[in-house]
Write a protein that binds this ligand. Sequence first.
Ligand code: FAQ
Length: 313
Amino acid sequence: METINFENVFEGKLAKNEMVEPKDWMPENYRKHLIRQISQHAHSEIVGMLPEGNWITRAPSLRSKIVLLAKVQDEGGHGLYLYTAAETLGISRDELLDNLHTGKAKYSSIFNYPTLTWADIGAVGWLVDGAAIMNQVMLQRASYGPYARAMVRICKEESFHQRQGFEVMTRLAFGTTEQKEMAQDALNRWWYPTMMMFGPPDAESPNSENAMKWRIKRETNDQLRQKFVNQTVPQVEYLGLTVPDAQLKWNEEKKGYDFSEPNWAEFKQIISGNGPCNKERLAARNKAHHDGEWVRAAAMAHAKKKNEVYEAA
Ligand code: FAQ
Protein backbone atom coordinates (compact mmCIF):
# COMPACT_ATOMS: atom_id res chain seq x y z
CA MET A 1 0.00 0.00 0.00
CA GLU A 2 1.27 3.45 -0.92
CA THR A 3 2.03 5.64 2.11
CA ILE A 4 0.97 9.26 1.97
CA ASN A 5 3.67 11.86 2.55
CA PHE A 6 1.64 14.52 4.33
CA GLU A 7 4.36 17.13 4.07
CA ASN A 8 4.33 16.74 0.28
CA VAL A 9 0.55 17.05 0.19
CA PHE A 10 0.78 20.27 2.23
CA GLU A 11 3.55 21.71 0.04
CA GLY A 12 1.56 20.70 -3.05
CA LYS A 13 -1.46 22.64 -1.85
CA LEU A 14 0.66 25.74 -1.32
CA ALA A 15 2.27 25.37 -4.75
CA LYS A 16 -1.15 25.07 -6.41
CA ASN A 17 -2.55 28.05 -4.47
CA GLU A 18 -5.09 25.77 -2.78
CA MET A 19 -6.40 26.43 0.71
CA VAL A 20 -5.30 24.46 3.73
CA GLU A 21 -8.36 23.49 5.78
CA PRO A 22 -8.69 22.71 9.53
CA LYS A 23 -8.72 18.92 9.14
CA ASP A 24 -5.76 18.84 6.73
CA TRP A 25 -2.34 17.85 7.98
CA MET A 26 -0.15 20.90 8.56
CA PRO A 27 3.34 21.45 10.02
CA GLU A 28 3.25 22.30 13.71
CA ASN A 29 5.09 25.59 13.12
CA TYR A 30 2.54 26.63 10.49
CA ARG A 31 -0.26 25.96 12.99
CA LYS A 32 1.53 27.93 15.72
CA HIS A 33 2.32 30.80 13.35
CA LEU A 34 -1.34 31.06 12.38
CA ILE A 35 -2.57 30.93 15.98
CA ARG A 36 -0.16 33.76 16.82
CA GLN A 37 -1.14 35.98 13.91
CA ILE A 38 -4.89 35.30 13.85
CA SER A 39 -5.25 35.71 17.60
CA GLN A 40 -3.21 38.94 17.63
CA HIS A 41 -5.45 40.12 14.84
CA ALA A 42 -8.59 39.18 16.83
CA HIS A 43 -7.26 40.91 19.95
CA SER A 44 -6.55 44.03 17.86
CA GLU A 45 -10.15 44.13 16.70
CA ILE A 46 -11.64 44.01 20.17
CA VAL A 47 -9.06 46.29 21.80
CA GLY A 48 -9.59 48.60 18.81
CA MET A 49 -13.19 49.04 19.96
CA LEU A 50 -11.97 50.92 23.05
CA PRO A 51 -10.48 54.15 21.63
CA GLU A 52 -13.50 54.54 19.34
CA GLY A 53 -16.11 53.44 21.89
CA ASN A 54 -14.75 56.27 23.99
CA TRP A 55 -16.40 58.74 21.58
CA ILE A 56 -19.86 57.18 21.15
CA THR A 57 -21.40 59.36 23.85
CA ARG A 58 -19.65 62.46 22.51
CA ALA A 59 -20.27 62.11 18.75
CA PRO A 60 -21.28 65.55 17.41
CA SER A 61 -24.60 64.50 15.83
CA LEU A 62 -27.14 61.69 15.99
CA ARG A 63 -26.05 60.52 12.52
CA SER A 64 -22.37 60.38 13.46
CA LYS A 65 -23.29 58.53 16.65
CA ILE A 66 -25.26 55.89 14.75
CA VAL A 67 -22.47 55.42 12.21
CA LEU A 68 -19.80 55.15 14.90
CA LEU A 69 -21.90 52.68 16.90
CA ALA A 70 -22.27 50.50 13.81
CA LYS A 71 -18.54 50.67 13.15
CA VAL A 72 -17.56 49.72 16.69
CA GLN A 73 -20.05 46.86 16.59
CA ASP A 74 -18.48 45.65 13.32
CA GLU A 75 -15.08 45.50 15.02
CA GLY A 76 -16.57 43.22 17.69
CA GLY A 77 -17.88 41.02 14.88
CA HIS A 78 -14.43 40.90 13.29
CA GLY A 79 -12.99 39.74 16.58
CA LEU A 80 -15.62 37.00 16.68
CA TYR A 81 -14.85 35.67 13.17
CA LEU A 82 -11.14 35.73 13.91
CA TYR A 83 -11.36 34.00 17.30
CA THR A 84 -13.50 31.35 15.63
CA ALA A 85 -10.91 30.93 12.86
CA ALA A 86 -8.15 30.59 15.49
CA GLU A 87 -10.19 27.97 17.39
CA THR A 88 -10.20 25.74 14.29
CA LEU A 89 -6.44 25.37 14.89
CA GLY A 90 -7.04 23.59 18.19
CA ILE A 91 -6.86 26.33 20.81
CA SER A 92 -9.76 27.31 23.04
CA ARG A 93 -11.40 30.74 23.22
CA ASP A 94 -10.64 30.84 26.95
CA GLU A 95 -6.94 30.32 26.35
CA LEU A 96 -6.86 32.95 23.61
CA LEU A 97 -8.57 35.53 25.80
CA ASP A 98 -6.43 34.61 28.77
CA ASN A 99 -3.33 35.32 26.67
CA LEU A 100 -4.71 38.78 25.90
CA HIS A 101 -5.79 39.57 29.43
CA THR A 102 -2.50 38.55 31.02
CA GLY A 103 -0.47 40.54 28.49
CA LYS A 104 1.09 37.39 27.01
CA ALA A 105 -0.32 38.02 23.52
CA LYS A 106 0.21 41.16 21.49
CA TYR A 107 -2.39 43.34 19.78
CA SER A 108 -1.82 46.13 17.30
CA SER A 109 0.44 48.89 18.59
CA ILE A 110 -1.93 51.51 17.17
CA PHE A 111 -4.56 51.01 19.84
CA ASN A 112 -2.22 52.16 22.57
CA TYR A 113 -2.59 55.79 21.52
CA PRO A 114 -5.38 57.99 22.92
CA THR A 115 -8.26 59.47 20.89
CA LEU A 116 -8.19 63.04 22.19
CA THR A 117 -10.61 64.82 19.83
CA TRP A 118 -13.43 64.00 17.41
CA ALA A 119 -10.90 64.48 14.60
CA ASP A 120 -9.04 61.46 16.00
CA ILE A 121 -12.11 59.35 15.21
CA GLY A 122 -11.85 60.59 11.63
CA ALA A 123 -8.13 59.84 11.53
CA VAL A 124 -8.62 56.35 12.97
CA GLY A 125 -11.25 55.45 10.37
CA TRP A 126 -9.34 57.01 7.50
CA LEU A 127 -5.75 56.06 8.35
CA VAL A 128 -6.01 53.07 10.70
CA ASP A 129 -8.78 51.29 8.82
CA GLY A 130 -7.06 52.35 5.58
CA ALA A 131 -3.84 50.66 6.72
CA ALA A 132 -5.78 47.65 7.99
CA ILE A 133 -7.38 47.18 4.55
CA MET A 134 -4.04 47.59 2.80
CA ASN A 135 -2.76 44.68 4.86
CA GLN A 136 -5.92 42.58 4.82
CA VAL A 137 -6.63 42.58 1.09
CA MET A 138 -3.67 40.20 0.66
CA LEU A 139 -4.86 38.13 3.62
CA GLN A 140 -8.03 37.24 1.70
CA ARG A 141 -5.70 34.99 -0.29
CA ALA A 142 -3.88 33.61 2.75
CA SER A 143 -3.30 29.87 2.55
CA TYR A 144 -5.44 28.98 5.59
CA GLY A 145 -9.09 28.73 4.50
CA PRO A 146 -10.93 29.93 7.65
CA TYR A 147 -8.63 32.97 7.95
CA ALA A 148 -8.86 33.91 4.25
CA ARG A 149 -12.67 33.58 4.25
CA ALA A 150 -13.04 35.68 7.42
CA MET A 151 -10.96 38.37 5.74
CA VAL A 152 -13.35 38.68 2.79
CA ARG A 153 -16.19 40.01 4.92
CA ILE A 154 -13.86 41.97 7.18
CA CYS A 155 -12.38 43.81 4.18
CA LYS A 156 -15.83 44.79 2.93
CA GLU A 157 -16.72 46.23 6.32
CA GLU A 158 -13.35 47.94 6.75
CA SER A 159 -13.94 49.74 3.44
CA PHE A 160 -17.09 51.27 4.91
CA HIS A 161 -15.09 52.25 8.00
CA GLN A 162 -12.45 53.92 5.90
CA ARG A 163 -15.13 55.97 4.16
CA GLN A 164 -16.64 56.90 7.51
CA GLY A 165 -13.28 58.24 8.70
CA PHE A 166 -12.60 60.09 5.47
CA GLU A 167 -16.01 61.72 5.66
CA VAL A 168 -15.29 62.99 9.18
CA MET A 169 -11.92 64.34 7.99
CA THR A 170 -13.50 65.97 4.93
CA ARG A 171 -16.07 67.82 7.02
CA LEU A 172 -13.39 69.09 9.38
CA ALA A 173 -10.80 69.92 6.73
CA PHE A 174 -13.33 71.93 4.72
CA GLY A 175 -14.92 73.44 7.82
CA THR A 176 -13.86 76.39 9.98
CA THR A 177 -10.20 77.27 10.59
CA GLU A 178 -10.46 75.70 14.01
CA GLN A 179 -11.88 72.46 12.57
CA LYS A 180 -9.14 72.32 9.94
CA GLU A 181 -6.54 72.73 12.68
CA MET A 182 -8.13 69.83 14.57
CA ALA A 183 -7.90 67.68 11.44
CA GLN A 184 -4.23 68.60 10.93
CA ASP A 185 -3.45 67.93 14.58
CA ALA A 186 -5.04 64.47 14.34
CA LEU A 187 -3.09 63.72 11.16
CA ASN A 188 0.13 64.86 12.87
CA ARG A 189 -0.43 62.48 15.77
CA TRP A 190 -1.71 59.42 13.82
CA TRP A 191 0.57 59.43 10.76
CA TYR A 192 3.64 57.66 12.20
CA PRO A 193 1.73 55.30 14.54
CA THR A 194 -0.28 54.18 11.48
CA MET A 195 2.93 53.48 9.57
CA MET A 196 4.03 51.26 12.46
CA MET A 197 0.95 49.07 12.02
CA PHE A 198 2.64 47.27 9.12
CA GLY A 199 5.28 45.94 11.47
CA PRO A 200 9.05 46.44 11.69
CA PRO A 201 11.25 46.91 8.59
CA ASP A 202 11.64 43.69 6.59
CA ALA A 203 15.24 43.24 7.73
CA GLU A 204 14.01 43.12 11.36
CA SER A 205 10.86 41.06 10.85
CA PRO A 206 11.55 37.54 12.17
CA ASN A 207 8.18 36.11 11.10
CA SER A 208 8.10 37.34 7.51
CA GLU A 209 10.22 34.61 5.94
CA ASN A 210 7.91 31.79 7.03
CA ALA A 211 4.80 33.91 6.44
CA MET A 212 5.82 34.47 2.81
CA LYS A 213 6.94 30.87 2.33
CA TRP A 214 3.62 29.56 3.66
CA ARG A 215 1.58 32.15 1.73
CA ILE A 216 0.14 33.67 4.87
CA LYS A 217 1.59 37.03 3.90
CA ARG A 218 1.78 37.85 0.20
CA GLU A 219 3.52 41.18 0.58
CA THR A 220 6.15 42.28 3.06
CA ASN A 221 5.82 44.91 5.81
CA ASP A 222 7.87 47.46 3.85
CA GLN A 223 6.03 46.85 0.57
CA LEU A 224 2.68 47.47 2.26
CA ARG A 225 3.97 50.55 4.10
CA GLN A 226 5.14 52.01 0.77
CA LYS A 227 1.79 51.25 -0.87
CA PHE A 228 -0.01 52.92 2.01
CA VAL A 229 2.04 56.11 1.71
CA ASN A 230 1.56 56.21 -2.07
CA GLN A 231 -2.19 55.82 -1.70
CA THR A 232 -2.67 58.21 1.22
CA VAL A 233 -0.58 61.25 0.22
CA PRO A 234 -3.01 62.29 -2.58
CA GLN A 235 -5.87 62.01 -0.07
CA VAL A 236 -3.99 64.30 2.33
CA GLU A 237 -3.48 66.75 -0.55
CA TYR A 238 -7.18 66.61 -1.43
CA LEU A 239 -8.02 67.53 2.17
CA GLY A 240 -5.61 70.49 1.99
CA LEU A 241 -3.62 69.08 4.90
CA THR A 242 0.12 68.41 5.25
CA VAL A 243 1.86 65.09 5.89
CA PRO A 244 4.02 65.67 9.01
CA ASP A 245 7.19 64.52 7.23
CA ALA A 246 9.66 67.08 5.87
CA GLN A 247 11.44 64.30 3.94
CA LEU A 248 8.34 63.22 2.01
CA LYS A 249 9.12 63.50 -1.70
CA TRP A 250 7.89 61.85 -4.91
CA ASN A 251 10.56 59.58 -6.38
CA GLU A 252 9.96 59.26 -10.11
CA GLU A 253 12.38 56.36 -10.46
CA LYS A 254 10.57 54.08 -8.01
CA LYS A 255 7.17 55.63 -8.84
CA GLY A 256 6.51 56.12 -5.16
CA TYR A 257 7.21 58.50 -2.29
CA ASP A 258 10.40 58.62 -0.27
CA PHE A 259 9.44 59.10 3.36
CA SER A 260 10.88 59.09 6.89
CA GLU A 261 10.73 55.91 8.93
CA PRO A 262 8.63 55.94 12.08
CA ASN A 263 10.42 55.99 15.43
CA TRP A 264 11.13 52.26 15.82
CA ALA A 265 12.36 52.70 19.40
CA GLU A 266 8.89 54.03 20.29
CA PHE A 267 7.32 51.04 18.50
CA LYS A 268 9.43 48.62 20.57
CA GLN A 269 8.37 50.35 23.77
CA ILE A 270 4.71 50.10 22.78
CA ILE A 271 4.77 46.44 21.88
CA SER A 272 6.57 45.75 25.16
CA GLY A 273 3.61 47.20 27.09
CA ASN A 274 4.98 50.71 27.70
CA GLY A 275 2.87 52.85 25.34
CA PRO A 276 0.65 55.74 26.42
CA CYS A 277 -2.49 53.60 26.89
CA ASN A 278 -1.30 49.96 27.23
CA LYS A 279 -2.22 49.64 30.89
CA GLU A 280 -5.56 51.39 30.45
CA ARG A 281 -6.51 49.13 27.51
CA LEU A 282 -5.66 45.91 29.32
CA ALA A 283 -7.49 47.07 32.45
CA ALA A 284 -10.60 47.91 30.38
CA ARG A 285 -10.50 44.50 28.64
CA ASN A 286 -10.07 42.65 31.93
CA LYS A 287 -12.95 44.57 33.52
CA ALA A 288 -15.25 43.91 30.53
CA HIS A 289 -14.40 40.20 30.68
CA HIS A 290 -15.01 40.05 34.41
CA ASP A 291 -18.28 42.03 34.20
CA GLY A 292 -19.49 39.83 31.34
CA GLU A 293 -19.07 36.59 33.29
CA TRP A 294 -22.81 36.35 34.09
CA VAL A 295 -23.69 36.78 30.39
CA ARG A 296 -21.43 33.88 29.41
CA ALA A 297 -22.82 31.74 32.25
CA ALA A 298 -26.43 32.54 31.22
CA ALA A 299 -25.69 31.77 27.54
CA MET A 300 -24.09 28.44 28.49
CA ALA A 301 -27.03 27.50 30.76
CA HIS A 302 -29.46 28.38 27.97
CA ALA A 303 -27.51 26.35 25.39
CA LYS A 304 -27.33 23.37 27.79
CA LYS A 305 -31.06 23.47 28.46
CA LYS A 306 -31.87 23.72 24.76
CA ASN A 307 -29.62 20.74 24.10
CA GLU A 308 -31.37 18.68 26.82
CA VAL A 309 -34.79 19.50 25.34
CA TYR A 310 -33.49 18.60 21.86
CA GLU A 311 -32.03 15.29 23.05
CA ALA A 312 -35.18 14.34 24.96
CA ALA A 313 -37.35 14.95 21.87
N1 FAQ B 1 1.62 45.96 16.68
O1 FAQ B 1 7.97 39.51 12.36
P1 FAQ B 1 6.97 40.60 12.36
C1 FAQ B 1 -7.45 46.86 12.65
C2 FAQ B 1 5.07 42.25 16.37
S1 FAQ B 1 -6.74 45.39 12.57
C3 FAQ B 1 1.95 45.04 17.60
O2 FAQ B 1 6.97 41.53 11.19
P2 FAQ B 1 4.40 39.55 11.52
C4 FAQ B 1 -8.93 46.95 12.44
C5 FAQ B 1 4.78 40.89 15.76
O3 FAQ B 1 3.60 40.36 16.26
C6 FAQ B 1 -5.03 45.72 12.95
N2 FAQ B 1 2.88 44.09 17.37
O4 FAQ B 1 5.49 40.01 12.58
C7 FAQ B 1 -9.47 48.03 13.27
C8 FAQ B 1 6.02 40.13 16.16
O5 FAQ B 1 5.93 39.74 17.51
P3 FAQ B 1 5.70 38.18 17.94
C9 FAQ B 1 -4.35 44.45 13.18
C10 FAQ B 1 3.44 44.08 16.15
O6 FAQ B 1 3.34 38.85 12.26
C11 FAQ B 1 -9.42 49.34 12.84
C12 FAQ B 1 7.09 41.19 16.11
O7 FAQ B 1 6.46 42.44 16.22
N3 FAQ B 1 -4.10 43.79 11.94
O8 FAQ B 1 -6.76 47.77 12.84
C13 FAQ B 1 3.10 44.98 15.14
O9 FAQ B 1 5.04 38.84 10.38
C14 FAQ B 1 -9.96 50.36 13.62
C15 FAQ B 1 7.91 41.13 14.82
O10 FAQ B 1 7.10 41.49 13.69
C16 FAQ B 1 -3.55 42.57 11.91
O11 FAQ B 1 -3.28 41.99 12.93
C17 FAQ B 1 2.16 45.96 15.46
N4 FAQ B 1 1.78 46.90 14.56
O12 FAQ B 1 3.85 40.93 10.95
C18 FAQ B 1 -10.07 47.73 14.49
C19 FAQ B 1 -3.33 41.98 10.54
N5 FAQ B 1 3.86 44.71 14.05
O13 FAQ B 1 4.30 37.83 17.52
C20 FAQ B 1 -10.63 48.74 15.27
C21 FAQ B 1 -2.76 40.60 10.59
C22 FAQ B 1 4.63 43.67 14.37
O14 FAQ B 1 6.71 37.37 17.18
C23 FAQ B 1 -10.57 50.07 14.82
N6 FAQ B 1 -1.40 40.59 11.04
N7 FAQ B 1 4.39 43.29 15.64
O15 FAQ B 1 5.87 38.18 19.43
C24 FAQ B 1 -0.33 40.81 10.23
O16 FAQ B 1 -0.47 41.03 9.04
C25 FAQ B 1 1.04 40.70 10.83
O17 FAQ B 1 0.94 39.97 12.03
C26 FAQ B 1 1.74 42.05 11.10
C27 FAQ B 1 3.10 41.80 11.76
C28 FAQ B 1 1.94 42.81 9.80
C29 FAQ B 1 0.91 42.93 12.06
